[in-house]
Design a protein around this ligand. Structure first.
Ligand SMILES: *[C@@H]1O[C@H](CO)[C@@H](O)[C@H](O)[C@H]1NC(C)=O
Ligand SMILES: *[C@@H]1O[C@H](CO)[C@@H](O)[C@H](O)[C@H]1NC(C)=O
Ligand SMILES: *[C@@H]1O[C@H](CO)[C@@H](O)[C@H](O)[C@H]1NC(C)=O
Length: 346
């Protein structure tokens, strides 16, 4: 441009006497300019139409700004994650892909992100496939859990504590009832949970809570109300998940910090399935209590399943609160004694 205009001004000074002929000599230049502007505009429109809208315009209930036209078309996909979940925080760090069937959460130095189910459940069999942060995930925690609200809340937890490359993730489990937790069991998995998707299942019925990994029961928490241990069976819970920075404690006791040069850290979710009783404050449970025909409602471990549970507990459990005398010098929860007796007789 600069070159062109200075050469045309040089042209005009050297041909001052023939000023009339300057006007026509500008015409090709002006034509070139307007054609370029037009083409640029077309390219811009083309890009705007073909490119997917910025991810932060995900339609979530937290989105108060109007959705731009080009993005609105994505809302009608109405896939599982669009329909049944809502992003609860870091909404520019949560993406829904593949027609609503794949969800990813991202963590970087600025923010983590999380989602929750729109529905509340009171008992159910809930499956989700997760693929965890790859490589050096030290300092990151991906939590996937059921939780009710309020001070005396109930909670059923799967939590994945990241590790340095090549070191095992810790799968942390816990059960809260009436606001009281301290029932941790931790596992090292028998596969790399970052290499592919694996299924994490919670079966929650009035008699027991079962944690499964790829259909292998890894933990059972039975209803011991009879001996005075509260059991989560009155408060409806939502499914929650989030990825966040817990470098203060998560990896090797907090000695290994998050390596932000590897951000963003991404966890992925797919194949959600809830065969569950949906709770509504107006209508109550969607399952007629005590008359549900679903097998999970009375699910208990058969001999083959008990064998699998024992295998997981023996070879893959790395922490059990029931045998932590340092944390619980006066002895752990009453339910531990019961488990111990069961272990003796079976
Ligand atoms: C999405 O699908 C569900 C059931 O499949 C339906 O009830 C709901 O109205 C749909 N939502 C939209 C926005 O189309
Ligand atoms: C990480 O790996 C080390 C072994 O190298 C292990 O002791 C530790 O428990 C693992 N997990 C976490 C969360 O630190
Ligand atoms: C549910 O059914 C079982 C037998 O199937 C019965 O023993 C129990 O009392 C029933 N519970 C309620 C709350 O009705």
């Amino acid at each position: 441009m600069g070159l062109l205009s200075s050469s045309s001004s040089r042209l005009s000074t050297s041909h001052l006497t023939r000023s009339r002929s300057i006007v026509p000599s500008c015409i090709p230049f002006l034509a070139f300019l307007s054609v370029s502007i037009f083409l640029l505009y077309q390219v811009d429109v083309y890009i705007a139409r073909t490119r997917k809208g910025p991810r932060r315009y995900q339609p979530t209930s937290y989105l108060l700004t109007p959705i731009p036209d080009e993005v609105q078309s994505r809302v009608i996909t109405n896939g599982t994650f669009d329909r049944l979940f809502e992003i609860t925080w870091g909404d520019d760090h949560a993406d829904i892909h593949e027609e609503g069937e794949l969800l990813t959460l991202r963590l970087d130095k600025r923010s983590g992100s999380g989602f929750r189910s729109k529905d509340e459940y009171l008992f159910g069999k809930i499956d989700m496939q997760l693929k965890l942060v790859e490589g050096n995930s030290a300092g990151t925690v991906t939590a996937y859990y059921l939780s009710s609200e309020g001070d005396f809340h109930d909670e059923i937890d799967f939590e994945f504590l990241g590790n340095t490359s090549g070191d095992p993730y810790t799968l942390h489990t816990n059960v809260y009832s009436q606001g009281k937790g301290n029932r941790e069991q931790q596992f090292f998995l028998w596969f790399d949970p970052t290499a592919d998707f694996h299924t994490y299942t919670i079966i929650w019925n009035p008699q027991r809570i079962l944690f499964y990994v790829d259909e292998i029961p890894i933990r059972e928490f039975t209803n011991n109300e009879a001996i005075g241990v509260p059991f989560p069976n009155t408060q409806p819970m939502r499914i929650h998940s989030s990825i966040w920075n817990a470098e203060e404690w998560a990896t090797k006791g907090g000695r290994v910090k998050t390596d932000w040069s590897r951000a963003p850290f991404t966890a992925a979710y797919r194949n959600f399935n809830a065969d569950a009783c949906i709770w509504s404050s107006l209508k109550g449970s969607s399952c007629p209590l005590n008359s549900t025909k679903r097998s999970w409602f009375r699910e208990k471990l058969n001999t083959a399943a008990v064998r699998k549970l024992k295998w997981a507990q023996k070879y893959h459990r790395v922490y059990n609160y029931c045998s932590d005398k340092w944390r619980f010098p006066e002895g752990p929860g009453l339910e531990c004694k019961f488990v111990y007796i069961l272990d003796k007789i079976t």
